[in-house]
Design a binder for this molecule. Sequence first.
Ligand code: NDP
Length: 337
Amino acid sequence: MDNKQTVLVTGASGFIAKHCIIKLLNEGYKVRGSVRSADKVDKVRNALADHCDVSNLSFVELDLMSDIGWAEAVDGCSFVQHVASPFPSSEPDNEDDLIVPAREGALRAMKFAAAAGVKRVVLTSSMAAIAYGDQTREAGPFTEKDWTNTNSDIGAYIKSKAIAERAAWDFMETDTAGDMQLSVINPGGVLGPLVDNTWSSSGEIVRKLLRREMPACPRIAFAMIDVRDVADAHFEAMIRPEAAGERFLLATDSAWMVDVSKALKKNGYNTPTGNLPNFMVRLIAIFDKTIRLVSRDLGKKTPISNEKLRKVLQIEPRDLEEMSVSMADSMVKYKAL
Ligand code: NDP
């Protein structure tokens, strides 16, 4: 008899979801990966086949903005890892281009999962839902108790993640949720190895350094985490009874972009090790949309606590050097520069 439980992982073409799928397949689960367009299936399957046995992997076509296919996609699933959400590397013209699919996609995943009797949904939210905007909060590092203030000037992506996560928790208060459980993963900036030649917006940090797109590093700090730890956290949050109803902040200590660059330099990459004055960054931001996205946080470090990640999920996160260098090595390997 086939005892393998099935997990729907949305956004299978994405950087994080591919690692979540590898983890689940290695742990003996059956995985249904969702893609927005069936054209992507062969590329995703071939990429994953280089890293694990894909005989228990199948695909479905789903869009965050449409009900089509969701009932069939969750049918027979024990768990859902809802990872898909728009993550562009520049600010959209209209914030609803991000907010609407993020919120509707999360609610669609929750609604169809509950109707199909799924035990637990693991939602990929973000540190964006925790640590941004003007907040009245206790001093000390940000924790899972904190919420981003969506009424502040925080940009469309950050807003989309906070609104989508809030909508998911609100859904859990309704009768429609039934016995289904929710766990939420809130990663900081995600680095670590690519599995093919595609990367997500967080890869831009390492990519810009390797390409020497700037003579020196903007004074921008990120709390970062390795993608392999993110995948492990999705898995542990899915199976551990004590993870139900909890959020988990995933990051190591906040580090400056120049720290990433120095780690790369130490490992043989020709990356800049000086800091770019803030006025220069603001100037570059006029022309470079990716820099514009982060320039509002110039000179700011955000302290975070990862105690729950270590204590509840029992994950000791990889360090900055490991996640930076492994990403750079994979970008070279897959010619993703
Ligand atoms: P990617 O851009 O690599 O992945 C995003 C995925 O979402 C893609 O598979 C994309 O599909 C899918 N998607 C976007 N819009 C739609 C839509 N309308 N319908 C169906 N699918 C859609 O980014 P990541 O892997 O980095 O991000 C995955 C998740 O992790 C997101 O929720 C993101 O917000 C979150 N996150 C990421 C962090 C990071 O630093 N990378 C940090 C914190 C959270 P397609 O390939 O078709 O575009």
